[in-house]
Design a protein around this ligand. Structure first.
Ligand code: AMP
Length: 325
């Protein structure tokens, strides 16, 4: 069944955007292509539609995502009573750049389960593949203007978060939105994949390192602890493992797998978790984490917490297998 687009909600969002002269767009910390591309696409569409508005997309920059566009530096002193649009993030503590920002109200567009953000208009829909799909639907169904660059970013965010339309978050609606996007923009989509998937050879060697050192237990739970030393040896950073974890989506022996990465800069362990069956975001939320049912993350300070999380995830695999049999 194809869901009917809620045009009245989309119009409400459009009119809220129209009302403000200053708009700041923020997304989650540790940005991924969906978070980055949805911010740039919405910012550029608002700028194109309303050239006199001041619209900023901000947050900490990620070097490898520079190809998607340029972030704006926020002048926190001079931005007052703006509309804050938060994309791809469900909780206040994970909005990148919100500290010291004086905003009047929040507009939220997100596909994560709802958490503590209190927005005057919230469009939250867990059935969407990506925030980019939602922003594409917003632009395609209102008077917001689309150009080639905006369509490219939206396409890349959808492709990335749906893992090339292979994850369960991919629906008929996702394909419909992409078809409409392609028909309206005529983007050269096959050449765009390069922007998402080109890597250095040393990153490929790092993938080989992960593959060779992933521990898989009797419950089909896989994990690897990646030290700062190893990151340095392969010339990658603490955010790289999260971008590689979906490479392991179709491995027979794995039910849940996670990468635990030492993040020296922030004195913590950064954990990415994926599942082919058991629900993992409830477990992640017990370890300063969260996310989607089958794609979650967490951050902990102590190795003892890492070890407890490993035990909980392995147990979830065991329970899932017992339930299935
Ligand atoms: P990642 O493994 O970093 O790609 O994250 C997978 C999903 O989990 C994304 O939806 C993230 O927004 C979410 N996530 C990652 N880390 C955390 C965290 N510490 N707290 C809450 N959600 C997280």
């Amino acid at each position: 069944m194809v869901k009917i687009i809620n045009k009245s909600l989309l119009n409400k969002i459009y009119h809220q955007i129209k009302k403000y002269d200053q708009i700041v767009i923020l997304r989650h910390v540790g940005a991924d292509p969906d978070a980055i591309c949805s911010s740039f696409a919405l910012r550029d569409a608002i700028r194109l539609t309303f050239p006199t508005k001041k619209v900023y997309a901000s947050g900490v920059g990620v070097a490898k995502f520079k190809k998607f566009g340029a972030l704006d530096k926020l002048d926190y002193e001079n931005i007052k009573d703006c509309l804050l649009i938060v994309l791809d993030v469900p909780n206040m503590s994970r909005i990148d750049g919100i500290d010291n920002l004086k905003y009047k109200e929040i507009l939220q567009i997100d596909h994560h389960p709802k958490l503590d953000i209190k927005a005057s208009i919230a469009w939250i829909d867990e059935s969407k593949s990506s925030t980019c799909q939602m922003v594409a639907e917003l632009i395609l169904n209102t008077k917001l203007v689309l150009d080639t660059k905006i369509a490219e970013n939206l396409f890349l965010g959808i492709v990335s978060d749906s893992e090339r339309f292979s994850l369960k978050n991919t629906t008929i609606e996702t394909f419909e939105t992409v078809i409409n996007l392609l028909k309206k923009s005529h983007i050269d989509f096959t050449n765009l994949y390069e922007k998402l998937y080109t890597r250095s050879f040393s990153e490929y060697k790092f993938i080989a390192y992960i593959t060779n050192n992933l521990v898989i237990d009797k419950n089909h739970f896989g994990y690897i602890k990646i030290s700062d030393e190893i990151l340095k040896e392969y010339g990658v950073d603490a955010s790289t493992p999260a971008n590689l974890i979906n490479n392991y989506n179709f491995i027979d022996e794995l039910l849940i797998w996670c990468f635990i990465t030492e993040d020296v800069k922030n004195n913590q362990y950064k954990i990415s978790i994926r599942s082919r069956g058991p629900i993992i975001n409830e477990i992640a939320s017990r370890y300063n984490g969260g996310g989607h049912k089958f794609a979650s993350g967490a951050k902990v300070k102590k190795m003892s917490d890492v070890d407890n999380l490993i035990k909980d995830l392995s147990k979830a695999c065991e329970e899932y297998e017992n339930r299935e049999n």
